[in-house]
Structure formats: C-alpha cells, structure tokens
Design a protein. Sequence first.
Length: 367
Amino acid sequence: MKFSVSRDNILKPLQQVGGVVERRQTLPILSNVLLVLEGSKLLMTGTDLEVEMVASVNVEADLPGSLTVPARKLVDIIRELPEQAEIGFTQKGERLEVRSGRFKSNLSTLPSTDFPAVESDTLSPPVSIGAETLKSLLDLTAFAMAQQDVRYFLNGMLLEESEGQLRSVATDGHRLALNQVALSAQRDDGMGQVIVPRKGVIEMQRLLSDSPDEVEVSVSSSHLCLSSGPFVLTTKLVDGRFPDYQRVIPKDGDKVILADKLELKRALNRTSILSNEKFRGVRVQFKSGLIEISTNNPEQEDAEESLPVEYDGPELEIGFNVGYLQDVLNVVRGSQVKLTVNDANSSALIEDPEAEQALYVIMPMKL
C-alpha cells in the first residue's frame, strides 16, 4: 500500500473514525483503524463491535492494499503536522511509514483480515432528513436515556417512524422525553420502531454536528445505518421491547402553570446548591400567581425562592428531583415553559409553548 494525501483532507475524517475507537480494548485489533485503498479512494473504518464508522477520502494512490494501524497514534501524529502538509503513507512489511517534510515515523500494523466487519443485512428504504433536524430530534431527548440500567432496553433511544412522523423517545423510568418531526412523505415501508443504544446515539450526534444539509437513515433487523456525505455510521440495535410511552404521558392534568424559563432555571440553580446531595429533592409550591421553591439538607441548611408565574388555581405542593427539572430547562428553546400537573402524586407534564412537538414527563418525589 502506498499513497499520499494532504493533512487537511484526512485529519477530520480520521478524527471522526477514531472517535468510535475505545481507548481500552480487550482485543488489540479494536484499537486500530482499518485502511483500505481502492483506486484513488481511501476507506477508513473504526469499530468497537457495537458502532462502526466508515469514512472515504480521495488520495493520490500509487499502490492499493489494506492494513490496520493504531487509531490514536495516527490521529495524534497527523494532528501535530503543519497545516496543508502533504503526507506520504507507505507499507513496509509489518510497518506503515508516515512521512511529511523532514518528519518520518513507522507505525506497527495488524492484518486487515483480522478486523471485525459488521454483518450486512437487508436495509429498509432510507429516510431522507435534514442533518440539523435529526440532530435537534436527538439532542432534545438524549439526556433522558438510562445509564447502565438492568432494563437494558432503557439504555438507548427509541426511534419510531409512523404516520409521516419521525419520533424520538428516551426514558430512565423516572422521567421521559419525547420529540417528533414531520417527514417529507408518509411511507408504508418505514423503519417502524427501533432502539438505538446509548453509544450509537452519541456517535450520531457527533457526526451530525458537521454534516451537510441532508442525511439518510435506514434500518435492518439488527442495525441502523446513517449516511452523511463521505461518512457511513452503522450501529447495532438493542434487541428488546420499549415500554408503551403513550401510557406514561399524563392526560388528566388540570392545573397549568406558565413560567419564564430563564427565571425558573436560575431559581432552581440557586436553591439546588443546598439540596440533599444524594436525593437532590426540591419542594415546589404552586400558589395563585406564584411558585415557591425550597430545599434543605441533612446539615440543616436550607434555601428558598419565589417567582411570579401565570397560574390561577388551588395551592399545591410537589417534590421533584431538581436535576431532572434542570435537564429539561436546559433543552427547552423557547422563552417560556408550560407545566401541567394534577396532584402531588401524579407526574408533571412539561412543554415548550413554542415547540409543541416536544414534551417531557417527570415523576414526583416524596420528600
């Protein structure tokens, strides 16, 4: 294998591919990136057996071939070279020589035949969607995914295509986030329901940050594939059944509160400093035209703050995990936030009046 390419053309794609590779691996081959030179196109692949990223780059090719090299070392070397530097790659036995100007290095290689490949399945017809739209869909719900829950199907995000809508849902059993966007066309052969694992969601968000206008999403029985320009991200799907999220969304709330998002967020930030570090409980009292927030901790320290809101109903006190409220307010994009509650034992529904397609559910806490 022998080729040359400019630093600026290879660095960014290589960083995307290298980002998938875990730092600590049980198998040495998984710390490597696969390089395959076909014609004038270089394919770079990184995987952790759950997520695979492939990037293609046009290069000046002299001799085709394939090998694997340590991903982190290659990224670090290329990043430290001067901008617009021309880099030559030459395979010499079991080493890959990387040369640029007066710099030369020799990296160890492993055979490309040892590199694990994602099993190819029959993919559904792709969904075309704007990269910014899809990233927003994921960003507004990803925070509610569970982490290392024994209910493995919660350690990810539900993506559902139905009735011309693409919907994302995440829950950890204590809170739920839902968002949806309209697709350009309603399809009978859509993706249905799939659960994308946490790592897959994070890599999708990372890739979409630098993606062009349109991306394509397709699924098989065991994988989801996201195509974006020169990148193809493939992630395994979680084999499980996601809970019926529609049953969780409260529909009987009769007390509606409209609050300034920024004022509420700042009040929660201040009062939460003296909340119980373990349980993170905050007491929220709704009064006519007013919300009162109070916290205390085992050191007998306490804090309270009140702020004006639009509310004309009976007095009600509910306990919440303050971190859950803060997470929701961090993703609400409008200037106001709408809370709908029923009683102290029922979940609260939180919505952004300026974005009706997103909603959030938070269970109450007993304080």
